[in-house]
Write a new protein. Structure first.
Length: 449
């Protein structure tokens, strides 16, 4: 493949994926901006609830990632019907898992939020938001699965349309319910649930059209659904370890007080926004790597990997510079509390400096997911968790010293150190990825790994 053609193929997948992925964290950015002006307690509560909700949903991100790899390999091998049927099995699995997780999250909302050790005021807001938002978990998982199918079919434009529609309706609904009807944080949760349900419905309609065109069966096949679940276990383990890292980081922030926790919530959301922007290349990597390996073309997979890694690092550098230029301006959009603004501005400096590393990590992660290298990814993330825990727990142990008298400067210093520790996690992950992608064990060819 000529370099120009390769770049165009990457861009055809990455640009729509970028726009769609950016819309995803914008759900939380919109919630943070709207709720942040209600008060610091509400914003801190959103931080706890969001961390818990995202964990409940993202544990099953393999519904998107694993499905993309499987479908793309079938496409590369020339079997469109097999590709679509594999995707339908994943969608039925999402329906079943979503119902179970939604009920469990709603029933255990308060105990789950209490684990973070936040103040009683923040706990009440967090419980309200999480209990309502749990109703949207089935839609979130179905949207993940359907998106994974479409990406595997080399279609990233349809998920873009769904994301833009969902984000727009989310803002309108949240403003109407939070401020128009005066529902407060509960209104924000309901607005997000309604928007997520609409997104999932639209994606399923498109998937059904693909199935009819390919002559694929829409009914669930118990054996294949079970196989889809088993295939997703390594990516589930990977995600569990990753969510444990994110949760323990939020737990450390909560132990520093409501101001650092509120600032951490926004910093984490901004980090997610930037990461999702970089993850567009990872989505392209999943689809192109799976298709190339399905067709038995290892050189094409390696060539695309090299191009996307370079783009990822440079893209991260550009995003980092942009964030540094506005790191003192961004906080004003989320809160009126000067202490939160100061802590957030300090944390955003660290977030900005770590973006080139994030670009490398997320692109290689996408390549290995597209290759179906789930078992190695699971082991690597568990190792990363084990190495990160002593670092973040050291920050927790030194929190009192970092906070000092609890003033604005101390809160900013403590949160900055926590984000330096989090960047160390990314460095560990990057080193392991660099070691893996140097070899050839990940590049297994064929319609199935």
């Amino acid at each position: 493949m000529r370099p120009g053609e390769e770049s165009r193929r990457i861009l055809r997948l990455a640009v729509p994926a970028f726009l769609a992925l950016v819309a995803e964290p914008l759900f939380l950015l919109a919630d943070s901006a709207i709720i942040g002006h209600l008060g610091t307690g509400q914003l801190a509560g959103l931080g706890v609830a969001s961390a818990t909700l995202l964990t409940a949903a993202n544990l099953f991100v393999f519904l998107a990632y694993g499905t993309t790899s499987i479908v793309a390999r079938q496409v590369g091998a020339g079997s469109e019907r097999g590709a679509v049927e594999a995707g339908i099995d994943g969608t039925w699995l999402a329906v079943a898992l979503g119902g179970v997780v939604a009920v469990a999250t709603a029933l255990a909302a308060e105990p789950l939020c209490r684990l973070f050790g936040s103040s009683e005021a923040a706990l009440g807001y967090a419980t309200t938001y999480l209990r309502i938002s749990s109703a949207g978990i089935p839609a979130m998982l179905v949207a993940l699965a359907a998106t994974g199918v479409l990406r595997g079919l080399q279609d990233t434009r349809t998920p873009l349309v769904a994301s833009v529609a969902g984000f727009t309706s989310n803002i309108v609904l949240n403003l109407a319910l939070v401020y128009g009807l005066g529902w407060g944080i509960a209104g924000s949760a309901w607005g997000t649930v309604i928007a997520q349900t609409g997104m999932a419905t639209g994606l399923v309609v498109v998937l059904v059209r693909h199935a009819r065109r390919a002559g694929a069966h829409l009914s669930p096949h118990p054996g294949r659904v079970l196989q889809a679940a088993v295939t997703g276990i390594p990516l589930l383990v990977r995600t569990l370890a990753l969510r444990a890292i994110l949760l323990v980081t939020t737990w450390v922030a909560a132990g520093m007080g409501d101001v650092p926790l509120a600032a951490h919530q926004v910093a984490a959301t901004v980090w997610s926004f930037l990461v999702f922007a970089l993850d567009a290349l990872a989505i392209a990597a999943q689809a192109l790597t799976g298709k190339a390996l399905g067709a038995g073309d290892v050189p094409a997979a390696r060539s695309a990997t090299g191009t996307m890694v370079r783009w990822g690092v440079w893209g991260g550098a550009v995003l980092g510079v942009l964030l540094l230029s506005v790191h003192t301006v961004v906080p004003a959009a989320f809160t009126d509390d000067e202490a939160v603004r100061s802590a957030l501005a300090a944390a955003l400096v660290v977030v900005a400096l770590g973006q080139p590393l994030s670009g490398f990590v997320f692109v290689v992660d996408g390549v290995l997911i597209g290759a179906g290298d789930g078992r190695w990814l699971a082991k690597a993330m568990v190792v990363t968790l084990v190495l990160y825990l002593p670092i973040v727990l050291a920050v927790h142990a030194s929190a009192s010293a970092l906070l000092g008298d609890g003033g604005v400067a101390g809160q900013a210093r403590a949160l900055s150190v926590l984000w330096v520790a989090f960047t160390a996690f990314m460095a560990i992950r990057g080193a392991l990825f660099w070691w893996r992608v140097r070899g050839d064990q990940w590049a297994v060819t064929g319609a199935a790994r």
